[in-house]
Design a protein around this ligand. Sequence first.
Ligand SMILES: [Mn+2]
Length: 402
Amino acid sequence: MKLFHLSDLHIGKYLNGYSLKENQESILSQIVFLAQKEHPDAIAICGDIYDKSAPSGEAYGIFDRFLQELSEIRPKIPVLIIAGNHDSPERLAYASSFLEKHRIHISVFPPQKREEYLKKITLEDEYGPVAFYLLPFLKPGYVRPLFEEGLIDGYESAVREVLDREQIDLSIRNVILSHQFYAGSKEGPKTCESETAMIMAGGLDRVDASVLDRFDYAALGHLHGAQRCGGKNARYCGSPCKYSVSEELHRKAVTMVTLKEKGKAAEVDFLPLYAPRDVRRVRGTLEEVLAAAGAGGQAAENKGSDPAGAVCHDYVSVTITQEGEPYRIRERLEERYDHLLELRFDNERTRRRLREEGGEMPLLRPLEAFRRFFEAVRREQLSEAEERIMERLIQETKEEGL
Ligand SMILES: [Mn+2]
């Protein structure tokens, strides 16, 4: 059984004020083309379909067209979709019973009543059935009413308990679609700047990847860099487009998974995707950076016959390394880079300022940041009771999903 594993489309996303529409439309039509070519048995889209919980009409239109084009492929390919933390469950669920008729299965809410279970879709191939469990993004508060008081004390127990109450037939192959922050016990996952602040600031949302061991494959969404997670059968496929400069070196691709008979490891291939406009960094003196506009990038174009007039359409973060600030620097850069994301300086002056300010600001866990703030203001340490109150407040804020 062949599966396309996708996640984190973030349709409607803007990068420093620039719409990424063109890149997203191009990437989605490449995915349709690859689906026509490879004809997978299912397409799993593991959360964060839209970038905002209230997507624009334009964003709806883009995803609608994508589903429409996929549904025209014959024989029909089932599409399995779960909600991510960026999606509004109600909005994503719109028309879902109608879509079900076209073999598009959407799950937006985890079980909330005792008689409810995860949405399960079973497909067949020459080795027998494969059960797909659709676990939408969940916060502990969503599922607390399902269990005895006190059993759910965070994200990890919430996910574990929800999976434990499913009747999973371990004699057949089972696949889960999930959108949470999973991490192996040994190494932490690689994160990047376009993911939520939730990942960067905390650790409370971390779920040990061993809860996924019961599945033959875990198709994960949430992290934007493609990577294995914990055991060998769990993967993040990553976002199909670059959504921050920190993803400069990512190679975006469709993760294609082939499941063989029960007990055999899934095979994984990557089908590369190419955005018309790259997201990248350029560094050097102003003259070097201006000259590089015509040289690098997929989206450079010559204006007339003058190579010095080439304009680069990539989304670039420019770092200028010379001393002093050249005259009209931003205007001169914008003449040659029409999607300038940011302008930074890295020279003796900025380095000195950084030293004087005591270096870069450390990234602290919320409780530690508050502890320092409290000490600075009150000139005394947090008491144990105060610390517990603060801890609970932070946990509750997290669950509200900032
Ligand atoms: Mn995401």
